[in-house]
Design a protein around this ligand. Structure first.
Ligand code: KG4
Length: 339
C-alpha cells in the first residue's frame, strides 16, 4: 500500500503545503508574505496572522494540485520547530484539526532535519541521485548555520554550528546596512555576479573546531562602510557590485573552510548543502569547483527545496511514518532546538 503524506510548513514567513507519495513529490505550494517588506524583517505577530489567512487555501491548492482526495492521505506532517511560536501554532493546530477530522496520524517534523531530507525528494519522472550515508550536510539558512553528520535519514548529529548569527543573517544584515530591502541574501547574490570579489577584504573569525561566528563580520562591515561613507557619501552606490561580491566571497570562504576541515577529519567524501543560503549561486559554484579538487561527490537540492517549503516536511513525515514515529495531540511547538 502506498504512503501519502501531507506536509505543512509555517515556521517563519512562508505558508506551504505539499503532498508526497512514497517519496515522490506530487505537489508543493508556497505562499510568501509581502506584509513584512516595509519593516525590513519578519514581524512575528504579522506572520502568524498571515499564516491564518493562507493555511486553508494553500492546503486546498496542494491537495488539488496533487490530484488526490483527502481520504487518500496516510498522515499529516507539520513543522513543530524551530521557528516563530505563533507561526508554528497555526500550522500545528491546523494539522491536528485536519488529521483528527480524517482520523489519520499526525507527525511532528524538525525544520532543520527537514532541510537535510529535502535532498531525498524524488521527482515523478526521473530518479534523483541521493548521498550515501554517512554524509556531511552544510545547513545554511536565515536562522542556522550547521555542519551535520548524517548517519541515516533519521539519525543526525550536529558537529558544528554558529555561536551567534547565521550565514543568512550575515547576508541579510549586511544587505540592510547597504540599504537593500529584506531579504537581502538573494540581492547580494544577484549584484555579486557583476562584481570583483577581490576588491575588498573583510575580517574572518577564528573559531574552534567546526563552529562558526558571523556577527563580527557584520560589525566590521558596518565600520568599514562608515569610514568610506565619511569620505564619499556615494561609496555604496558606486561600489555595490564589488561590495556584494567581496562580502559573498568572505561568507562562502568561512562556510567552506570548516566544511573542508570536517570532511578531511572524518574522511567523508559525500557532501551536501541545504537551507535557504544554499540557493546562493556563488556558494554552489565554489562548492562544485571544490568538489573536483577534494574528490567529493556533492549534492545540492533544487532551489525550490532550499528555502522554506512543505515538500521537505512531507518527505521527513514519510520517513517518520515508515519508522512509526508519530506525534501526540498534546505536543506543542518549540522555538529553538538542535537536531
Ligand atoms: O531556509 P530559509 O528560507 O529560512 C530559514 O529557515 O531561515 O532561509 C532564508 C535565508 C535568508 O537569510 C535569505 O537571505 C537567504 O536564505 N537566501 C540567500 C539566497 N536565497 C535565500 N542568501 C544568499 N543567496 C541567495 N541566493
Amino acid at each position: 500500500m502506498s504512503i501519502t503524506i501531507l506536509g505543512i510548513e509555517s515556521s517563519c514567513d512562508d505558508t506551504s503545503a505539499a503532498v508526497i507519495r512514497d517519496g515522490v513529490i506530487l505537489s508543493n505550494v508556497v505562499a510568501g508574505q509581502d506584509v513584512h517588506i516595509t519593516y525590513g524583517g519578519v514581524v512575528p505577530e504579522l506572520a502568524s496572522r498571515a499564516h491564518q489567512q493562507s493555511v486553508v487555501p494553500v492546503v486546498d491548492a496542494a491537495i488539488k494540485a496533487a490530484g488526490i482526495d483527502c481520504s487518500e492521505l496516510s498522515a499529516v506532517a507539520f513543522t513543530r520547530g524551530p521557528g516563530l511560536l505563533g507561526s508554528l501554532l497555526v500550522g500545528s493546530s491546523f494539522a491536528k484539526g485536519l488529521a483528527r477530522a480524517l482520523d489519520i496520524p499526525i507527525i511532528d517534523v524538525n525544520h532543520l532535519q527537514a532541510h537535510v531530507l529535502a535532498l531525498f525528494i524524488q521527482q515523478p519522472d526521473k530518479k534523483t541521485d541521493t548521498p550515501r550515508f554517512p554524509f556531511l550536510c552544510l545547513l545554511v539558512s536565515g536562522g542556522n548555520s550547521q555542519i551535520i553528520l548524517v548517519k541515516s535519514e533519521l539519525d543526525m548529529e550536529v558537529i558544528g554550528q554558529t555561536i551567534d548569527d547565521a550565514a543568512g543573517e550575515a547576508f541579510d544584515k549586511c544587505a540592510k546596512i547597504m540599504g537593500l530591502p529584506y531579504p537581502g541574501g538573494p540581492l547580494i547574490d544577484k549584484y555579486a555576479l557583476d562584481g570583483d570579489a577581490t576588491k575588498f577584504e573583510f575580517a574572518k573569525p577564528r573559531m574552534e573546531g567546526y563552529n562558526y561566528s558571523f556577527s563580527g563580520l557584520k560589525t566590521s562591515f558596518l565600520y568599514f562602510l562608515r569610514d568610506r561613507l565619511i569620505e564619499n557619501p556615494d561609496f555604496i552606490q558606486q561600489n555595490l557590485a564589488d561590495l556584494c561580491a567581496s562580502l559573498q566571497k568572505t561568507i562562502i570562504d568561512i562556510l567552506l573552510n570548516k566544511l573542508k576541515k570536517a570532511a578531511k577529519d572524518l574522511n567523508i567524501n559525500q557532501i551536501a548543502i541545504a537551507g535557504g543560503v544554499s540557493a546562493n549561486s556563488g556558494l554552489r559554484n565554489v562548492l562544485t569547483q571544490m568538489a573536483v579538487k577534494q574528490r567529493w561527490e556533492v549534492f545540492i537540492p533544487p532551489v525550490a527545496y532550499t528555502t522554506d517549503n512543505a515538500a521537505m516536511v512531507a518527505i521527513t513525515g514519510y520517513y517518520r511514518f515508515i519508522a512509526g514515529q508519530f506525534a501526540t495531540y498534546d505536543m506543542t511547538p518549540f522555538s529553538r532546538t538542535v537536531i
